[in-house]
Design a protein around this ligand. Structure first.
Ligand code: AP5
Ligand code: MG
Ligand code: ZN
Length: 213
């Protein structure tokens, strides 16, 4: 099964993608996580991506497409995957479609997690991310057992650089301009499904399970 998670920054794509990946035993492929790992490891790719990410801008398509196609060509992606944060522009969606076409394959579902902007700004301020394993928490909704420490690996939790309110607003504008057109793109292919992302995260997941059944 090949699934795309759509939705504004902070809608809960990552949260749901991890739940899907675990439940359906498919890899969770997040371009944002891949960029953050490269930044942490100080790679050239990371240095380049950081310049854009810190400003709330998208990383150029060329760079993004390259790392994504490399990733989904790996063995563990043979039986499917859940894409989180990719595609984010029409050209990215077209490249993915073309790559899948060549394999006689296609996307099964594009799931839009719908959350209004007001909720999003509140959520992002409370998000804390692990500097080591990428696990995410929320100070109210999903607090770690010990404040500031990752439950999974014991490393430090931080507010992401791009989760400051000014940058979140910028990311929301970029989403409207560059990513929202994908809703029409996938709707026209008949694979778009929407879920109400303002619900409790377990209920959002139940709605997704109904779709994937
Ligand atoms: P990326 O990492 O993809 O960030 P994003 O899309 O901005 O999304 P987030 O990770 O911020 O939010 P999310 O929807 O995953 O929400 P989460 O589950 O964490 O990208 C970062 C940057 O990398 C981009 O800005 C861009 O520069 C670059 N980039 C990445 N991919 C790219 C691409 N394809 N092309 C170009 N550039 C690219 O949830 C948010 C918070 O809410 C958490 O604290 C969570 O615990 C909480 N929460 C989740 N669900 C619920 C719920 N139901 N109720 C209450 N709280 C909830
Ligand atoms: Mg995410
Ligand atoms: Zn961790």
């Amino acid at each position: 099964m090949k699934i795309i998670m759509l939705g504004a920054p902070g809608a809960g794509k990552g949260t749901q993608a991890k739940m899907i990946a675990e439940s359906y035993k498919i890899p969770h492929v997040s371009t944002g996580d891949m960029f953050r790992l490269n930044i942490k490891n100080g790679t050239e790719l990371g240095k380049e991506a950081k310049q854009y990410m810190d400003q709330g801008l998208l990383v150029p398509d060329e760079l993004t497409v390259r790392i994504l196609l490399d990733r989904v060509a790996q063995d563990d992606c043979k039986n499917g995957y859940v894409l989180d944060g990719f595609p984010r522009t029409i050209p990215q969606a077209e490249v993915l479609e073309e790559a899948l076409n060549k394999l006689g394959d296609k996307i099964d579902y594009a799931i839009d997690v719908e959350v209004p902007d007001e909720n999003i700004i509140r959520r992002m301020g409370g998000r804390r991310a692990c500097t080591s394993c990428g696990a995410t928490y929320h100070i109210e909704h999903v607090p770690p057992k010990k404040e500031g420490v990752c439950d999974q690996c014991g490393q430090e939790l931080v507010l992401r650089d791009d989760d400051k309110p000014e940058t979140v607003e910028k990311r929301l504008r970029v989403y409207q301009e560059q990513t929202a057109p994908l809703l029409e793109f996938y709707s026209s292919k008949g694979v778009l499904r929407s879920v109400d992302g303002t619900q409790d995260m377990q209920d959002v997941f139940k709605a997704i399970e109904e779709i994937l059944k």
